[in-house]
Write a new protein. Structure first.
Length: 339
């Protein structure tokens, strides 16, 4: 019965035409974004901002679920309803980020390992009681001279699998996120090579940890050129390289792949997702789990001012609608111009 429930939730998370909003920014990350718009990162400002996002009218048309931060899952909307209930009432599934962040890996300069396994079983039980139905854990893989090392890739894959096993034990669908960073000067070819290595390692460890693949989702990076690479790959090249890499690495029993945006602009992330879906049918749903690429335009429109909530929600709804269209390969520049 538990595996059936996991499958049902996972399939709902990648429902046709929908994707996942990543609203699980840590305190330092949300602080940087608030600083950009000139407001202080207080608990009330964070609550008001997430309230604006989650109560956007008809958001459930294009958003299947929302990844929350621990603080956010414990907060409520302006009308007093817990955010988990607000999301459920809007037709969206509440989820929760459960890792404790990527920290420097001892003995491996320039590489990181994600922490948070200690006490995770108890925290998962609490989160489920509070309304969460899925979880997320992010691992970080760095590309640089001589990096990543094989051991760093293996260590992060092992931690992802242990997290996924504990999540499924608790009746929660794990989103497994191995992110190959795009910060270096590497070519798209190098990104594809490292991404394939990371994904193959992750699924080897998931198999060894007896993960029910039909009851999980994968959240990988897209295969792109490093930010500092002189020659940036075009949209079609990114789409083809990403799908090729996934076909080599991801079992077809996984219900869906929900891409992270990884520092891409809102339009870039949507265009890349659109091009992938325009390539034809795939073994899994190709969807989104964007944070900044969904939120940035709305955050700028809101700017911490209650009078701007309606305008910001319209901007946010438009961005979600564009990504909903990209799920069918039907997004184009005309949608941006029309808005």
């Amino acid at each position: 019965m538990m595996t059936k429930n996991l499958e049902t939730t996972a399939q709902a998370m990648v429902a046709t035409g929908k994707g996942i909003l990543a609203a699980d920014e840590s305190f330092p990350t949300i602080g940087k974004r608030f600083k950009h718009i000139g407001i202080e990162s207080t608990e009330e400002n964070r609550r008001a901002y997430r309230d604006m996002l989650f109560t956007t009218p008809n958001l459930g048309e294009f958003v299947s679920g929302v990844i929350l931060f621990d603080e956010t899952l414990r907060q409520s909307s302006a009308d007093g309803a817990p955010f988990a209930k607000v999301l459920e009432n809007g037709g969206m599934i509440p989820g929760i980020k459960v890792d404790a962040g990527a920290k420097p890996m001892a003995g491996f300069d320039g590489e990181k390992i994600t922490e948070g396994l200690d006490g995770l079983r108890d925290r998962l039980a609490e989160y489920r009681e509070m309304g969460a139905r899925f979880t997320k854990w992010r691992a970080v893989i760095t590309i640089d001279d001589g990096l990543p090392t094989t051991y760093n890739v293996e260590a992060n894959a092992h931690a992802l699998a242990r997290y996924a096993a504990l999540s499924q034990e608790a009746g929660l669908v794990p989103i497994v996120e191995p992110e190959v960073l795009m910060d270096a000067d590497n070519t798209i070819g190098r990104c594809e090579e490292v991404t394939e290595e990371a994904l193959n390692s992750v699924f080897q460890h998931l198999y060894r940890h007896r993960i029910h693949l039909e009851g999980m989702c994968l959240k990988p990076n897209m295969v792109v050129s490093g930010k500092k690479c002189p020659e940036q790959a075009g949209v079609q090249e990114v789409a083809e390289a990403t799908v090729r890499c996934l076909r080599r690495s991801v079992p077809g029993s996984v219900p869906g792949i929900v891409f992270l945006s990884g520092g891409q602009s809102a339009q870039e992330a949507t265009a890349h997702l659109n091009a992938m879906n325009a390539l034809g049918t795939h073994p899994w749903e190709l969807s989104f789990s964007f944070g900044r690429a969904l939120q940035a335009p709305a955050l700028d429109a809101w700017s911490g001012n209650a009078e701007n909530v309606d305008a910001a929600q319209k901007v946010f709804y438009h961005r979600a609608k564009c990504n909903g269209a990209a799920r069918f390969g039907k997004y184009d520049d005309k949608m941006e111009k029309a808005a």
